[in-house]
Design a protein around this ligand. Structure first.
Ligand SMILES: [Cu+2]
Length: 505
C-alpha cells in the first residue's frame, strides 16, 4: 500500500472506525478521486470549522459534497499599507484572494474568469488532482483576457494548500494572484479556534505601487524580495484575542516570490502538527520554523503564557524573523510581528490535541530508483538562463505553437519509488516544488534527515547543499517540477515528468 493511502486509512480508522482499502483508479484514470476517502452515500460530517477572519468564497451548489464557486482575476486597488492604495492583480479583487474550502473527498468546481489584460492560469498548489486541472502552462494555454474556464476536481487529501497564477509567475504572484485553499479532514481534530496566516512580501515604491521588475541582478539571482511584509494582505499584524488555555490551529502559507520566512510563536507554546501533505503523526516543538516559498505548516498553539508580571495582559504572538547578515559574518535577529492576540478570560474546558495515529512506510525501499537533479544557471546572450541538469525548461506560456506537446524529461510508472537528490551550484537557496505528488525528505548532504517529518511538495535546497526526497509518484499524469522562486522557475529552472498509470506497466 502506498505512502499516502496508509495515512488516509489511519486517519479514517481513527475517526470513523471504518474499514479502509486501497483506492481504485477512477473512471477517467485520474488518481486522487477521493474514492478511498468517502464512500458514496456516507452521511456528511459535521459543519466545517470556521477559520477566523476569512469568509470562504460562496458555495452556490446545494449538494453538500460539491463546492461550486465563481472566481474572477481582475485588476483592483487594495490597502496593503495603512492609508495607501496599491494597484494589484487579484482574485475577486482581494489580496490574498478568497479562501476556497472543502471537505476531503468533495468535488470542487471553479468557474474561472480572466478579467485581466494579460493571459493567466490558476494552479492548485499541492492538490493531487488530475493533470488536466493542475493549471500547468506546459499542458494548457493560459486563458486569454475575457475568457473563462471551468475547473473541476475532487480534493483527495486534507491539508493546507493555496492557489496561484502559473503564467509569468514572477509578476502575477507578486502583483497579488495568490489565495488559500483548505481541505478539511472528514472529522477534524478539535480546537477552540482556527486561524490562517498567508505570508508574503511585496516591493512597494515611495508611491505605494508595486515596483518595476528587473531582469538581471539580485532580483534574478536570489529572487525578488519585498520591502514590506504582508500577513493576510496587510502590513499590519493581525489583531485579535484569545483565551487562557485555549488550543488553536494555525495554518501558515508562504506565498512570497522568493523569501523564506522564519516564524516563531511567543506568549504561548506551539507544535508543528501538519506539513504540505496534511497532519503528521509526530508533532514536534520548534523555536523558529523555516517556511520556504510555497510551503505550508499547521501548528497547534496553546495560549499558556506564564502570566502578566508587568501588570498587563499577555499577548499570544506570531512573529517573523528577517535575519540581518552583518559584514563581520554575524547574523542579527529582526523580528516583525505578524499577529498579536490579547488574552481575554480563560477557556472553560481544555482541549487536548491528539495526533492522528498513522504509520509511515519505510522511507528507504531497496527498490527505489535514483535520480539526481542539478539546479544551475548562467548568463547567456539571451540574458540569465536557469537550468536543471543542463536543460532550460520551456513551456511557461503554453504548449508548443504547432499544436503538439512538449516531451517530458522522463517517464515513471505510478507507484514507483524514486529517490531524487537535488543540488544546486547557483544562488543561495531553491525551494524545489513537484506538482501533483507528495514526497518525504530523507537525506541532506548524504545524512539521514530526522527533523523534517511529514509529506511535502516543496523542499528547500540550501546553499551548496543537497537534499534527497523520496516519492512514490502515486498520481499519474504529466507533472511540472520547478524552483518555487518565481524568478528561477520562469527563467528555466523547471522540468516535467510523466507518471504512467500502473495498469500500463
Ligand atoms: Cu531557485
Amino acid at each position: 500500500m502506498s505512502m499516502r493511502r496508509l495515512i488516509l486509512c489511519a486517519v479514517i480508522q481513527m475517526s470513523l472506525a471504518g474499514a479502509c482499502s486501497p483506492s481504485q483508479p477512477s473512471g477517467d484514470g485520474a488518481a486522487g478521486d477521493g474514492s478511498d476517502v468517502v464512500a458514496d452515500g456516507e452521511v456528511p460530517a459535521g459543519p466545517i470549522p470556521t477559520i477566523e477572519g476569512f469568509t470562504p468564497l460562496e458555495d452556490h451548489n446545494p449538494d453538500p459534497r460539491v463546492v461550486e464557486v465563481d472566481l474572477e482575476a481582475r485588476s483592483s486597488e487594495v490597502e496593503l499599507r495603512p492609508g495607501v492604495m496599491t494597484r494589484v492583480w487579484a482574485y475577486e479583487g482581494r489580496v490574498p484572494g478568497p479562501l476556497i474550502q472543502a471537505r476531503v473527498g468533495d468535488r470542487v468546481i471553479v468557474h474561472f474568469k480572466n478579467s485581466l489584460l494579460a493571459p493567466t492560469i490558476v494552479h492548485w498548489h499541492g492538490l493531487r488532482i488530475t493533470d488536466q486541472m493542475d493549471g500547468s502552462p506546459r499542458l494548457m494555454h493560459p486563458f486569454l483576457p475575457g475568457t473563462t474556464f471551468r475547473y473541476e476536481f475532487v480534493v483527495p487529501d486534507p491539508g493546507t494548500y493555496w492557489y496561484h497564477a502559473h503564467s509569468d509567475s514572477t509578476q502575477q504572484i507578486e502583483r497579488g494572484l495568490y489565495a488559500p485553499l483548505v481541505v478539511h479532514e472528514r472529522n477534524p481534530p478539535r480546537f477552540d479556534r482556527e486561524r490562517l496566516f498567508v505570508l508574503d512580501d511585496v516591493r512597494l515604491g515611495s508611491d505605494g505601487q508595486i515596483g518595476a521588475f528587473n531582469t538581471s541582478g539580485p532580483d534574478i539571482g536570489r529572487g525578488r524580495t519585498g520591502n514590506v511584509l504582508l500577513v493576510n494582505g496587510s502590513s499590519r499584524a493581525v489583531a485579535g484575542s484569545t483565551q487562557r488555555g485555549a488550543l488553536e490551529r494555525w495554518r501558515i502559507i508562504n506565498a512570497a516570490n522568493a523569501r523564506t520566512m522564519y516564524v516563531r510563536v511567543r506568549g504561548g507554546s506551539a507544535l508543528v502538527i501538519g506539513t504540505d501533505g496534511g497532519l503528521i503523526p509526530t508533532p514536534y516543538e520548534f523555536h523558529e520554523l523555516e517556511v520556504a516559498a510555497g510551503q505550508r505548516y499547521d501548528l497547534a498553539v496553546r495560549a499558556d503564557a506564564a502570566g502578566d508580571d508587568d501588570g498587563g495582559a499577555p499577548v499570544l504572538e506570531l512573529v517573523n524573523n528577517v535575519p540581518v547578515f552583518r559584514a563581520d559574518g554575524t547574523v542579527d535577529e529582526q523580528l516583525f510581528s505578524l499577529a498579536q492576540l490579547r488574552y481575554e478570560g480563560a477557556v472553560v474546558s481544555r482541549i487536548e490535541y491528539t495526533a492522528p495515529r498513522v504509520t509511515l512506510p519505510s522511507i528507504e525501499p531497496a527498490s527505489a530508483t535514483e535520480r539526481t537533479l542539478l539546479l544551475s544557471g548562467a548568463n547567456t546572450d539571451a540574458g540569465v538562463q536557469f537550468t536543471i541538469n543542463g536543460r532550460t525548461g520551456v513551456g511557461h506560456h503554453g504548449p508548443p505553437a504547432d499544436g503538439g506537446m512538449y516531451e517530458p524529461d522522463e517517464r515513471f510508472v505510478q507507484g514507483q519509488p524514486v529517490r531524487i537528490t537535488v543540488s544546486a551550484n547557483v544562488s543561495p537557496e531553491h525551494p524545489f516544488h513537484l506538482h501533483g505528488q507528495f514526497f518525504q525528505v530523507v537525506e541532506r548532504d548524504g545524512f539521514p534527515v530526522v527533523d523534517e517529518p511529514g509529506l511535502k511538495d516543496v523542499v528547500l535546497v540550501r546553499g551548496r547543499g543537497t537534499v534527497t526526497v523520496l516519492t512514490y509518484f502515486e498520481n499519474p499524469g504529466r507533472w511540472m517540477y520547478h524552483c518555487h522562486i518565481s524568478e528561477h522557475g520562469d527563467l528555466g529552472m523547471m522540468g516535467e515528468w510523466e507518471v504512467l498509470p500502473a495498469m500500463m506497466r
